[in-house]
Each structure stands twice: as C-alpha cells, then as structure tokens.
Design a protein around this ligand. Structure first.
Ligand code: ATP
Length: 478
C-alpha cells in the first residue's frame, strides 16, 4: 500500500524523525525539527551527496558561507526586486493562496475535464496568465470573471493580488542598524567567492563549488509538511564553465543527478524530468527532477544553465572583476554557470514516502498473517544500520549482546534492545528502517555464531559474530 502524507507525518512524529517546531507552544508554521532518527537520516543523506559531488569529483570543491550576507548581494542577485510570490486572500474563509498555485490547480482541473469550448477558453487564458509578464492582473481579471473559486468554500470574495517578497528581514547591530536578509538560497555565497575559491584551490574552469546549508523563505502558504518550509536546507553545486560549453555540462550534470536519486534507492517509476516551459530571462536551459509524492508530482531538484548572469551582476554591483583568465587559450571571460540545486528536506520526505511499505507477512503460527509497516531505506541511509538483541535477558546473553553492540559501534550506528518479545523488537526496527537485526541466543554462547535477520526478506542467516561488521558493511557499501 502506498503511503498517504498523513501516514508519513504520524510515523515521523511517533518514531522521532520529525517534530513540529516549538510544539509545546502550538508550533510555528512550516518550521520543523529533526528528532533522533531524523537527524541520522539527514546526516547520511548529506554525507552521500557530499561524497558523490565533492569527493568523487576532482574538479569540485566545497564551501561553507554564512547565512547573513551584505545586503547588496540580494540587489545584485535580483531577489530584492523580483523574489516575489503573487498572493491573494479569500476574505470569506480568511485563507491565503499563492496566485500561481491557484492557477496551476485550476489548469490541472480543466485538463481533466471534458473539454467544452468554455473550459478551453478558460484554460488558454489561464496558461497565458501564468506565462504573461504581468500574471497578477491577468489573474485578477479571471477572478472577477468568477472562474476561480476558493477550493474549500466554493464561494469567493477575493482581495487584490499582491506581490509578497519571500525574504526574511532582520537588523544588523543595535538600534537603527541596516536591514539585512536571511539568505533565501545558498548559491549567492558561492558566486561572490568565485575568485577566492578559484585562486586558493587552483582549480581551472570548468570546475564546481558545492555547499550545503540553511536557506529561509517566508513562504506564503506552507502546507505539505516538510515539502515547503520557511527554514530549510539546500545542497547546491555551481559549476563554472567556458561560454559555449554550457549545454554539454548541463546534460552531464542532469544525468549524474538523476542517477544519484536512484542510487539512494528511489523507485525510478516515481522519478521524472520536468522541462521548464518558461525560462527565467537569464537562463538558457532549465529542468527539474520531480518525484511522485502522495500529493502528486513535485519538484525535488532544479538543474539550471544560468549563463553569466550571476557573476556579471556581482561584478557590476561590487565593482570587482569576476573574470577568469584561461591559461591555455589566453582568453579572459566571465564564466557561465550550470547549477544543481536540491532540497535536503524534500529529499528526506521523498525517502520516507518511497521507503514506506505496509504489508501482510506470515507469523510463526501456520497460515496466520499480520501486517507490518517497514521503511525500506537503502542501508547507507538508514538511521541505524544494525540492531542487536539478546534472545532473552539471561544466561549471559545480554552481556554478550552488549559486547557485540559495543564492538560494532566503531563503524556503524547500532541500536541495542533487550525489552519485550523478539518479534516485537523486529517490528520496531522494521518501522524505523534498520536493515539488519542480530540476535544472540543459546547457540551463540556455545559456538559464537549469531542470527542476522534481513529487514526486507525477513530471512535469517547464521554467521560468526566477528563477521557481522563485514556482512553489514558489504550491504551498506552498494
Ligand atoms: P518551488 O517552485 O517548489 O517553490 P523553487 O523552484 O522556488 O521551488 P529553487 O529556488 O529552485 O526552488 O530551490 C531549489 C530547491 O530547494 C528546490 O528544488 C527544493 O528542493 C528546495 N526548496 C525550495 N524552496 C523550499 C522550501 N520552501 N522548503 C523546502 N525546500 C525548498
């Protein structure tokens, strides 16, 4: 059975993956905290991304830039003027909507409907409104024509469409300080350090700079759990290339990024490409990796060919040269940029949705089944790689199991559990996605072997205790 979002939200809370922020005070909209299991999951994903992007590429180096930056950065990047969402309120229900999402939702509905002439007309007008330079006024005209209704109430009493800047503002220093912003993306930290990184790392174009870090957006509507948050984490890589070579690098990184998602165990049938129909004025190609979440196909990562827009703007606004001198061709130019930008939290939500299974499994009793829920995480992503249990807490089995667990902790994250029936302990590990469970029983005390049970097949092998680490690591390395 496929997971609903509610199932995932409640599992995440119940097992300690993700909690609403400041929950005892009623929470804070679209802000979430990662609990003991979530934090392990997140660390493992970060680690895999860093390894795949930085350590496995001689021509990619890392950076960790600050969240707070000089305010002119955001003028140069275009965020002060254009990082807006058109929003609209329904006065009757007191609900706020993102105008573009409202239109998109309506388009999707019209596409499903049998196409009457009227539906065709509205459909075309809405598509045009979305692509127009001034979508807000076009949208407003449509609203006045009573084409869009508030989804819940069926009635409508809309306010004007207003532009809402998504950047969080704060003040620097004491009274009267300048307004600065919490960064809405990590990329600008990379652009402004292009020169520093290039010179100190002695990289030559083409090369990339990678960064993982927090970003903040005051999203107008924030539903869908950790899909759209106001504080979230991005994993971005900007690859600097010679003008004219960008399409080749764009294709190369797109392929690598899709493969990365599949290497994390995501079902290929739930991944697809979505080409942008409308490009930002500075981009010459852009597409998204989409995942089929319980609430539909949605963006998880963007691959963008951004030309020399970013470096040119920073050169213009800072007055500092951001050019590159090619020692081979003796040419001087502002590099073009191909970027890959993936949300860590959206990746976590995708992993939870994709790994979740509810299934009927046989019990010890002939012919009887029971249901189990299991997270089939890739072993190197699972919060714990192995659990260790004594079959019963006597005859030295618990001490032996503790010693084995302690031994394994050198290289693995290990869950030790001696409470309750072994079957229940297995189920608990299934539900948090631990790929292997080791049980110490009477035979262990005689011959030093243990059983090792696979989460996915539920089959057990009997192996010498000293082989556990190698057995688990073999599976984890894949
Ligand atoms: P959307 O259209 O869904 O708002 P976007 O196109 O604005 O996303 P980008 O600016 O390209 O997103 O950001 C790159 C990635 O950062 C996205 O693919 C997504 O994974 C992640 N991301 C962006 N906004 C959020 C958010 N509010 N919460 C969680 N992740 C986000």
């Amino acid at each position: 059975m496929a997971a609903t979002l509610d199932t995932i939200v409640s599992l995440a809370k119940r097992r300690g993956f993700i909690f609403p922020s400041s929950e005892i005070y009623g929470g804070l909209g679209a802000v979430y905290d990662y609990g003991p299991l979530g934090v392990e999951l997140k660390r493992n994903v970060r680690e895999r991304w860093w390894r795949a992007m930085v350590h496995e590429h001689e021509d990619v180096v890392g950076l960790d830039s600050a969240i707070l930056m000089h305010p002119t950065v955001w003028k140069a990047s275009g965020h002060v003027d254009a990082f807006n969402d058109p929003m609209i309120d329904d006065k009757q229900s007191n609900k706020r909507y993102r105008a573009d999402q409202l239109i998109e939702g309506h388009i999707a509905k019209l596409e499903k409907k049998k196409k009457t002439q009227e539906a065709e007309r509205v459909h075309a007008a809405l598509v045009e409104a979305l692509n127009a330079d001034d979508p807000s006024s076009a949208l407003h005209a449509l609203i006045l024509a009573e084409e869009i209704r508030a989804p819940e109430s069926g009635a409508f009493d809309w306010t004007e469409v207003r532009q809402f800047n998504l950047m969080f503002e704060t003040k620097v220093g004491a009274v009267g300080g300048d307004t600065i912003y919490l960064r809405p993306e990590t990329a600008q930290g990379i652009f402004v350090h292009f020169g520093n990184v290039q010179q100190t790392s002695r990289q030559q174009v083409p090369f990339g700079i990678a960064q993982i870090g927090k970003a903040f957006r005051n999203e107008v509507v924030a539903r869908q759990f950790i899909f759209r948050m106001r504080e979230f984490e991005q994993m971005e890589m900007q690859y600097f290339v010679a003008p004219g070579s960008q399409m080749e690098h764009y294709a190369e990184w797109a392929e690598k990024r899709m493969n990365w998602h599949m290497s994390n165990g995501i079902r290929p049938s739930r991944l697809r490409w979505h080409d942008h129909e409308k490009l930002a004025h500075y981009a010459d190609a852009a597409k998204d990796v989409q995942y089929e979440y319980p609430f539909g196909w949605q963006e998880i990562e963007g691959i963008h060919s951004r030309t020399d827009f970013d470096l040119s703007r920073h050169q213009e606004f800072s007055g500092k040269k951001l050019e590159y001198f090619d020692p081979q061709t003796k040419e001087r130019y502002i590099p073009y940029v191909v970027e890959t930008s993936v949300g860590l939290d959206r990746t976590i939500l995708m992993l939870l949705c994709d790994a979740f299974h509810e299934e009927e499994v046989p019990t010890a009793k002939e012919g009887k089944t029971e249901s189990r829920s299991v997270l089939r995480f890739h072993p190197s992503i699972a919060p714990y790689q192995v659990a260790v249990f004594p079959l019963v807490k006597k005859d030295g089995m618990d001490d032996k199991a503790k010693a084995i667990a302690a031994d394994l902790r050198g290289g693995l994250n290990v869950f030790y559990d001696e409470k309750g029936a072994v079957g229940r302990r297995y189920r608990r590990q299934d539900e948090i996605g631990t790929p292997f469970a080791v049980t110490v029983d009477g035979d262990t005390m005689e011959d030093g072997t243990v059983t090792i049970r696979s989460r996915d097949t539920m089959e057990q092998d009997r192996i010498p205790a000293e082989n556990i680490a190698a057995y688990v690591k073999d599976a984890t390395a894949a």
